[in-house]
Ligand binder design. Structure first.
Ligand code: NAD
Ligand code: UD1
Length: 337
């Protein structure tokens, strides 16, 4: 059985679908601080099977011990964590405490129960800002610009140290680039609380009429159209990478890092235009100042994941926008209805 922490969330719920489709039994632990249990009902609608669910905080060692005692867990995918960059600047203690305690408690309980395989949700945010593009797994890390980024960087250090100390451990660190889109059924997707921080959910709320217009954060970057370039990856592609990573982890030892992106950069205006095509409406936007801490261009070198995991993203920008729009129109208020 696979334990999926944070499995009720955006990426976790999509991973549950792909794991169940690949024949795995899944137990989700989530405290629902940023998600709804309804997402797991939707996983059942898609796959015919609802993951087992335990509402608990991954930082609660006793509760996690009980989960490992009750279920026969072979491997863990660890999504649980707080992820809002701006909020992490306002609430650093909450971020360090939640995200680092969760990683450490999980490892303690895994050790106690003899579970050796872990896949961790890391982020392209661990790379420092002065690298050449594309980013490879050996590009420079550190110099994070916010506490959220440091929690990912520090969790990676913890996992690497544990693998040095215990040769039986197998830990896969997946550095995600920009996950977007939704399951093609329109039943699960991203449901941000409040004003979205990230581009695609903001654009989709403009398209549905919940927001007036998009503000483009700067159009004077050294890019083709002056707007920021990122490596957007369909969340279903990303979810499938976790199935490959779990299979890899169970056949290998030690700590391995993989970039998970498409290897292709798209600008803010590329996203606006692709979304306009998907929804058949104009997306009004104004150009504002640059957002502090943003880089002009970030995209992945994906060769390692391709060669070692056999991973290659399938879906293009058009499909990411079409699936995001289907989710948005079928669930204008997310899971909150
Ligand atoms: P999400 O907020 O939708 O999912 C995270 C889930 O973890 C939520 O369901 C939340 O309720 C749960 N959670 C948080 N703290 C918990 C705790 N202490 N105990 C139990 N559950 C807890 O976010 P997501 O976009 O699905 O991201 C999943 C993971 O991937 C996170 O670790 C995130 O940092 C990482 N990541 C996300 C992105 C992105 O752009 N979405 C990019 C890079 C990395
Ligand atoms: C964000 C996170 C980063 C995380 C990554 C992956 C921030 C500061 N960084 O980065 O830690 O790893 O997502 O999900 O939140 N944009 C606009 N207008 C908007 C929103 C965004 O123009 O309203 C632009 C940004 O300037 C950027 C691009 O759109 O050029 C993408 O932004 P966003 O979706 O926030 O992703 P990242 O900046 O890559």
């Amino acid at each position: 059985m696979i334990l999926v922490t944070g499995g009720a969330g955006f990426i976790g719920s999509h991973a549950c679908v792909e794991l169940i489709n690949a024949g795995y039994d899944v137990v989700v632990v989530d405290n629902l601080v940023n998600s709804h249990e309804k997402s797991l009902d939707r996983v059942r609608q898609i796959t015919g099977k609802r993951p087992e669910f335990v509402k608990a905080d991954v930082c609660d060692e006793k509760a996690m011990d009980a989960v490992f005692s009750k279920y026969d867990i072979d491997s863990v995918i660890h999504f649980a964590g707080l992820k809002a960059v701006g909020e992490s600047v306002q609430k650093p203690l909450e971020y360090f405490s939640n995200n680092l305690d969760a990683s450490m408690v999980l490892c303690k309980v895994m050790r106690k129960h003899g579970v050796h395989n872990l896949v961790f949700s890391s982020s392209a945010t661990v790379y420092s800002g002065d690298n050449e593009m594309p980013l490879t797994e050996s590009s420079k890390t550190g110099n994070c610009t916010n506490p959220y980024g440091w929690t990912k960087y520090m969790s990676e250090q913890i996992f690497k140290a544990l693998c040095v100390a215990d040769p039986d451990l197998s830990i896969v660190l997946l550095r995600y680039f920009n996950p977007v889109g939704a399951h093609e059924s329109g039943l699960i997707g991203e449901d941000p609380q409040g004003i979205p921080n990230n581009l695609m959910p903001y654009v989709s709320q403009v398209a549905i009429g919940r927001r007036d217009h998009l503000t483009v954060f700067g159009d004077d970057y050294d890019t083709t159209d002056g707007t920021g370039v990122r490596d957007y990856i369909h969340v279903v592609d990303l979810a499938k990478a976790h199935v490959l990573a779990i299979q890899y982890a169970s056949g290998h030892k030690g700590c391995e890092v993989f970039n998970i992106g498409t290897g292709k950069g798209s600008s803010v205006l590329d996203i606006v235009h692709a979304y306009e095509k998907a929804c058949g409406k104009k997306i009004p936007y104004v150009v504002g100042p640059r957002r502090a801490g943003d880089l002009a261009t970030v995209y992945a070198d994906t060769q390692k994941a391709n060669k070692v995991l056999g991973f290659k993203a399938q879906y293009d920008l058009e499909r990411m926008c079409a699936d995001s729009w289907r989710w948005q129109t079928m669930n204008p208020n997310g899971f909150g209805d």
